[in-house]
Design a protein around this ligand. Structure first.
Ligand code: SAM
Length: 243
């Protein structure tokens, strides 16, 4: 260990993330609504509104999980467009695919198991890429940002929706209490799994803050990078363009 921090080996993190999402997949949507009081729907709607999506667009929703953003994009890109719902975890992907098919969303959606760090698509494929509440789970975030940049078309837009840092001390306190006390309790009660929700809270605390992530996106070769804080910075929406 360096400086007293515990070094988590790379494979250990990836396995941890896999275990968490295999465990929560079936209850993921319910827990999302309960834990965020439904606000995640608003954050996703804002992402969609700012995406500039148009009919005919090719969209990648990576770490797309149960497909909330995919569902919205699917309607807007129309029959000429395409949305790829991609996730590293086949349990999450299966819940997403079943849900989308059962609600009559088909035709223009593809389902692909893929790691954000090494995307299996050709260069210059997508007009828009979204990664919502996914980047913090990725082990090598720089590799993921570079890979996303590679598969974007020139002029295409990357949107990273993720938990971030609040700048109000009172809100931070309240939020920490919620994350480390209430959230694992809810996880235990509803999903029978406190540990997974403790991991989620930890991963939120470890995630780079707004300015750091913006710098990482610039380092990955994106331009016009900026972010908007949502809900006091509990969540931030970062965007960047491929030159
Ligand atoms: N985007 C969805 C949403 O906003 O509801 C799901 C978010 S969920 C909190 C995080 C997702 O990231 C999980 O489905 C997980 O399997 C996926 N994930 C984690 N690491 C990944 C990686 N390296 N590549 C692709 N997906 C990954």
């Amino acid at each position: 260990t360096h400086f007293g921090f515990r070094q988590v080996p790379v494979e250990e993190k990836a396995k941890r993330v896999a275990d968490v999402f295999h465990s929560v997949a079936g209850k993921y949507d319910l827990m999302n609504d309960l834990m965020s009081g439904g606000i995640h729907r608003l954050w996703k709607r804002i992402t969609l509104e700012r995406s500039g999506v148009r009919p005919g667009y090719q969209v990648l929703d990576i770490a797309g999980g149960t497909g909330d953003l995919t569902r919205k994009f699917s309607r807007l890109v129309g029959p000429q467009g395409k949305v790829v719902l991609a996730d590293i975890n086949d349990s999450m992907l299966k819940v997403g695919r079943d849900k989308l098919i059962n609600t009559g969303h088909a035709g223009n959606i593809e389902y692909i198991q893929a790691n954000a760090e090494a995307l299996p698509f050709a260069d210059n494929t997508f007009d828009i890429i979204t990664i919502a509440f996914g980047l913090r789970n990725v082990t090598d975030k720089d590799a993921a940002l570079a890979s996303m940049r590679r598969v974007l078309k020139p002029g295409g837009k990357l949107m990273v929706l993720e938990f971030s840092k609040t700048d109000h001390p009172a809100l931070t306190k309240l939020y920490d209490f919620y994350s480390f006390n209430i959230l694992p309790q809810m996880g235990k009660l509803i999903a029978g799994d406190a540990e997974s929700y403790r991991y989620l809270a930890e991963s939120i605390r470890m995630h780079p803050d707004q300015e750091t992530l913006k710098g990482m996106m610039e380092n990955a070769g994106l331009v016009n990078c900026h972010y908007d804080n949502l809900t006091g910075g509990i969540v931030a929406l970062h965007t960047g363009i491929k030159p």
